[in-house]
Design a protein around this ligand. Structure first.
Ligand code: FAD
Length: 321
């Protein structure tokens, strides 16, 4: 049976986040050929409709309201429910992002649906789709199938490959009317911690530092390498706790979950809570002076040495390449 799928796109800093295209690709796998409808929620988001169509959305819905300029659980769930009630989809896909993690359980409860969260890949298609998700902090994977009722999944960013962009496609944004009322929380101001350059959760290259970098200035070569490779800087909780960097950089069980193509773990021991946030990286390079460090067990490439000797050499080699 084919499934009508509703996906939620995300806009950040006046651009669609990559995860918006990844949820469409996931939806196409689930839909079995049925219509995939993308939904955008915000203040002024209809301008992104064409791009969503170019990545495979058959239709694009928008719920626009000045009260939706910033994400709030209340506001976005009211907006999402308006679209859900209008469309009555058989399946819903959201990103397993900060927003998706907050919104999906709330919606699942409202519509009495089971939720398969943090999906990293999908095996099979349509009704036969089986969802693969990490368990035990990434030590194992489980495969989940929905036998009955609505399919509701969140997909981990950077894991599902978006469809090829088709510049020839376009879509008119269809407005869904929603009454956004009785918001219990209102965002008055957004204070950003300044993190340079690329968004950590979408970066293709991450250079992460741990307590081994020894101080704030120890992050400077990591930033230099990240900039050279067009990537972002991340950190272990050890480094954040030691106040070498901001908690917004923390990767792991209680930080961000990342899946870059290339992950440098620099002066990071490889505690299970850190590994939970980065073990799905495609290639892991560990730099650590302790040859017994746990991080080497999951690294594809390991450099045993003092990071203060290794980093300058690495940076020089990258500059030459
Ligand atoms: P350390 O364990 O101190 O390791 C430092 C490493 O640097 C060592 O391996 C050392 O050999 C190496 N080193 C030192 N000097 C040099 C040098 N000059 N050159 C090369 N290598 C050097 N941690 C996270 O990262 N993310 C989380 O989300 C997270 N969540 C947690 C949740 C809970 C409930 C708990 C209990 C813990 C959590 N932790 C998390 C903490 C985690 O258990 C570790 O304490 C933390 O990851 C250690 O950080 P680290 O590897 O930077 O520091």
């Amino acid at each position: 049976m084919s499934k009508k799928v509703l996906v939620l796109g995300e806009v950040k800093d006046n651009a669609l986040r990559n995860v918006s295209f990844e949820v469409i690709a996931a939806a196409k796998t689930i839909s079995g050929g049925a219509e995939v409808t993308a939904l955008l929620i915000g203040d002024d988001v209809k301008g992104y409709a064409n791009e969503l169509a170019q990545y495979g959305a058959d239709r694009v819905l928008v719920v626009e309201d000045a009260k939706l300029a910033q994400y709030t659980s209340d506001g976005y769930s009211q907006a999402f429910m308006a679209a859900y009630e209008q469309e009555q989809p058989d399946a819903i896909v959201m990103g397993h992002t900060a927003q998706g993690k907050d919104l999906s359980p709330k919606i699942a409860t409202k519509i009495d649906a089971g939720l398969i969260s943090d999906v990293t890949s999908i095996e099979g298609e349509g009704d036969d789709a089986v969802f693969v998700r990490p368990i035990y902090s990434g030590k194992a994977f489980e495969k989940v199938k929905i036998n009955d009722g609505l399919t509701f999944v969140t997909v981990r960013p950077n894991n599902i490959t978006p469809l090829e962009k088709d510049e020839g496609k376009s879509a008119d944004a269809e407005s869904v009317s929603a009454e956004i009322v009785d918001l219990r929380s209102v965002i008055k101001d957004v204070v950003r911690k300044s993190t340079e350059g690329v968004d950590l959760s979408e970066a293709k290259v991450i250079v992460a530092g741990g307590r081994g970098v020894k101080g704030e200035e120890g992050f400077e070569p990591l930033q230099e390498l990240a900039t050279l490779l067009g990537g972002a800087v991340g950190a272990s909780r050890g480094a954040c706790d030691a106040e070498y960097c901001d908690y917004s950089l923390q990767i792991g069980q209680t930080g961000k979950v990342v899946t870059p193509d290339l992950y440098f773990a620099v002066g990071i021991s490889g505690a299970i809570q850190h590994v939970a946030g980065m073990s799905n990286s495609k290639i892991i390079v560990a730099i650590n002076k302790d040859p017994e460090a746990e991080i080497f067990k999951i690294a594809d490439y390991g450099i045993v040495g003092d990071l203060f000797d290794v980093m300058p050499i690495l940076i020089e080699e990258v500059k030459k390449a």
